[in-house]
Design a protein around this ligand. Structure first.
Ligand SMILES: C[S@@+](CC[C@H](N)C(=O)[O-])C[C@H]1O[C@@H](n2cnc3c(N)ncnc32)[C@H](O)[C@@H]1O
Ligand code: SF4
Length: 447
């Protein structure tokens, strides 16, 4: 295991939180770390767009945003785009001077395609004018079908987009209505076809398996219609009920029947069978591509700590030289009035490192490199191994029959018997929950 500690920060420095920090203070902090070495640093540039046509009943991403604000149109979208421009103009030259080079650009949300062509152009041009984007290999944009027009697709292409993600979720009308989507199945189908005609040749389609009341026939039909569109990438998320969403409340009140883990895992098995039989490769649980060159680099970049990321917009997070910066979720007016202030500046500690390491190894089945770990958090992985929660995690994995393996350069969770597939991941998570519950019962019995 490497003994490097590039920042000199000890993990016990955790929870050094600073609130409402002006940009120059943030950058001074970052400079104090990266200023010591001259190497180039890869950067993922993220642009957050907190607007949508509707607040979907299942959606995890916008729970903190009031519906009126999410759906607001007109003036506030322009003011938001202007604030993004200001934030980009401030940060881009300064981080570039510190050696940061954008490799991936990602617009997410919310729904970036909810912006009109003029707003997209304003933000896209700010990125182009203030960053050197010549080393960007993937420029990805999230969208939903009812918002995609020839004009906004052209504006994204002008900005540099080379990957378009369309959230379809389902091709079943009753399921779309329950989900609160603002489009029909026909519109969804048409939007993906039209995008291709307009030159989008690297498309992703998001679908959701295991929605309440979803039958095998409904899912098979959604998968068949997705496959017929031949998107280069399919993400088949497994529905998880999230507190504060309308669908969660309906399940809680008994108005909708939730699927159990077995049913959700079988729905993922069905997606796996149909997608792989039609040429798609599941390169990470629930992520399918037509060949390795269509894998989703932005997601791999996040999970694998391939570099730092700089998020623009209200609710966007950044990681710069191990520091985590957060911009207040949902507070749009506050962001618009001072886009360069970050709401929380956090130095890395055991708790953040644990969370990200669990996610990397047990949710994506990927290997954790000790070297990348120390660059990401500023302390050695050996420190993490001493943490009681890490010991508990390893015990749970051992008993769930997927032990945590340590080699000289990396750590990983050994694959479940059926391999790292969406369904197996859900089954492993259930085994882990069972072990944890038994351990808690034992502990309660002995105290
Ligand atoms: C940030 S959303 C953006 C997509 C775009 N706004 C749209 O709705 O089409 C990214 C994706 O997360 C997935 N997602 C959101 N909430 C989820 C949940 N509770 N369970 C599973 N997947 C979810 C959806 O598939 C969605 O397309
Ligand atoms: S799924 Fe997309 S459109 Fe629906 S609320 Fe979430 S981000 Fe908005």
């Amino acid at each position: 295991m490497p003994a490097s500690n590039p920042t000199g920060i000890h993990p016990s420095a955790e929870s050094q939180l600073k609130h409402q920090v002006p940009a120059d203070v943030v950058l001074d902090d970052v400079r104090s770390v990266v200023g010591r070495d001259q190497r180039q640093r890869s950067l993922l540039v993220y642009v957050h767009v907190p607007f949508c046509s509707s607040k979907c009943t299942f959606c995890t991403w916008v729970t903190g945003i009031p519906t009126a604000q999410l759906r607001s149109s007109g003036d506030i979208r322009w003011r938001y785009a202007e604030a993004l421009k200001k934030q980009i103009e401030y940060y881009a030259p300064r981080v570039s001077e510190l050696g940061y080079v954008p490799k991936v650009v990602y617009w997410g949300g919310g729904t970036p395609s909810a912006l009109n062509a003029g707003q997209i152009e304003l933000i896209g041009t700010a990125l182009k004018d203030n960053f050197d984007l010549s080393a960007v290999s993937e420029y990805s944009v999230e969208s939903s079908p009812e918002t995609l027009t020839a004009e906004n697709i052209a504006a994204f292409q002008y900005a540099g987009m080379n990957r378009l993600s369309v959230g379809i979720q389902s091709f079943d009308e009753s399921e779309l209505r329950r989900a609160g989507r603002a489009h029909s199945a026909t519109q969804a189908d048409g939007s993906v076809r039209r995008a291709q005609q307009l030159g989008c040749v690297n498309r992703n389609v998001d679908i959701i398996t295991g929605f309440p009341r979803q039958t095998d026939e409904m899912l098979k039909d959604t998968l068949a219609r997705t496959i017929a569109l031949r998107p280069e990438h399919v993400t088949s998320y497994s529905y998880h009920a999230v507190n504060e969403t309308a669908m969660f409340r309906q399940i809680e009140r008994g108005h909708l029947p939730a699927h159990n883990t077995d049913q959700r895992a079988r729905a993922q098995d069905l997606a796996y069978e149909m997608l792989t039989a039609n040429g798609y490769d599941e390169y990470m649980p629930m992520y399918y591509s037509l060949g390795p060159h269509h894998r989703f680099n932005a997601e791999l970049y996040y999970f694998d700590w391939e570099g730092d990321h700089l998020g623009f917009g209200s609710g966007a997070n950044s990681v710069l030289a191990t520091h985590k910066l957060t911009n207040g979720r949902g507070n749009l007016e506050q962001y618009i009035s001072s886009p360069n202030t970050c709401d929380i500046l956090e130095k890395p500690g055991i708790s953040t490192a644990l969370g990200e390491s669990f996610r990397l190894t047990s949710i994506t089945g990927r290997r954790l490199s000790y070297q990348r770990f120390s660059h990401r958090f500023g302390f050695d992985f050996s420190e993490l191994l001493k943490a009681p929660r890490m010991k508990a995690f390893r015990m749970v994995l051992d008993r769930a029959e997927s032990p945590f393996i340590l080699t000289t350069s990396e750590a990983y969770v050994s694959p479940p018997a059926g391999g790292w597939h969406g369904g197996e991941l859900l089954r492993l998570a259930r085994r882990m929950r069972t072990v944890q519950a038994a351990a808690q019962r034992n502990q309660a019995g002995t105290t």
